[in-house]
Every structure is written in C-alpha cells, then in structure tokens.
Design a protein around this ligand. Structure first.
Ligand code: AMP
Length: 173
C-alpha cells in the first residue's frame, strides 16, 4: 500500500494557497498501480449484490467506471449542473468559496437499488454528502462511499454520518 501512496503526487498551493492537491494522474497512468488500486477497491464487493457504481464528475468517473467494470455492473454519472440531457434531480453544496450544484438523471436509480458511490478524494465531504442526498431522494440503498484517497485532517467522514465510508489510502492533509 505504501507504493500506491507514492504514486500520488502532492502539489502544494494548488489551486489556491494552502491546499495540498493530491494529483492522482500519476497513479492512473501507471498500469500496475491503477489495476491494483481498482482491484482493492472493487474486490471487497464481489458477490454482495451491488447493482451499480455511482461516479462523481470528473475523477470519480475514472474510479467509478473501472470499479463497475470489475464488478460487472453499470455505472451511473453524477454531473455538474447543466450537463445531463434528460430530466434531472439536483443538489446544491457548499464549496470553500460559494456554492456548486450536482445533478443525476431522475430515472437513474430504481428504489432499493444497491449502489456504491465512488470518487477520487474525500476532503471536507461536501461533494459526496450532496450525492448521498440525491441518492436518498431517489431511494437508493447506499452500500458504501468509496475513495481512492482520504484527507483525514479535513474530517469529511463526519459529514457522512450513517454511511459506510472506505478509503484505500489515507493522508493527513
Ligand atoms: P470535498 O467536497 O471537500 O470532499 O472535495 C471533494 C472533491 O474535490 C473531490 O471530488 C476531489 O476530487 C476534490 N478535492 C478536494 N480537495 C482535494 C485535494 N486536496 N486534492 C485533490 N482533490 C481534491
């Protein structure tokens, strides 16, 4: 696992001063590291009845699609506002400065559908909380929120009370 952590590049002060940006592109472009990371994230859910993986734009699409393929299930996209063509449900969430909005197609989930939510990094937890909100409104059965990396000092888990949270790699900040 130590090796996988080393495949993630830390970029200080990006996109603004004070942020330690976890650049996962260095892990994604390393075939063995990418494969190992996806296997470790997906294997835990083999034969557990997962029906879809929900990926959050944009890096969550990479994690989510690869996990879904491994599990032999579909992938559902959560997108930034205005990108999805059919009727949508939307949730607003707070950013460090201002607000943003995420959307899903209103028919993407059947009530009771067992899903995993996937993203690259759990930071403050605002983004994934908005997705959990949307999924609850659509009556999904959320098996787990799964992340490649978690920034533990930012305490994103606190915002996800009542949800199972898994992160493969942990960083303090
Ligand atoms: P948050 O809503 O604070 O949990 O932020 C989560 C989203 O922002 C994820 O989709 C990440 O891709 C991105 N993100 C936030 N902080 C970082 C960071 N320090 N390094 C890389 N990505 C981050």
């Amino acid at each position: 696992m130590k090796d996988l952590k080393k495949r993630i590049r830390n970029i200080p002060d990006f996109p603004i001063k004070g942020i330690q940006f976890k650049d996962i592109t260095t892990l994604l472009s390393d075939a063995a590291a990418f494969q190992q990371a996806i296997d470790l994230m997906a294997h835990r859910h083999f034969h557990k009845g997962v029906e879809a993986v929900v990926g959050i734009e944009a890096r969550g699409f990479v994690m989510g699609a690869a996990m879904a393929y491994k599990l032999g299930v579909g992938v559902i996209l959560v997108r930034k506002a205005g990108k999805l063509p059919y009727r949508t449900v939307a949730a607003e969430y707070a950013l460090e400065y201002g607000k943003d909005k995420l959307e899903m197609h209103e028919d993407a989930i059947r009530p009771g559908m067992k899903v995993i939510v996937a993203d690259d990094v759990l930071a403050t937890g605002g983004t994934v909380s908005a997705v959990v909100d949307l999924l609850k409104r659509l009556e999904a059965d959320i098996i787990e929120c799964a992340f490649l990396a978690e920034l533990t000092d930012l305490k994103g888990r606190k915002k996800l009370k009542g949800q199972k949270v898994f992160s493969l790699l942990k960083f303090k900040e």
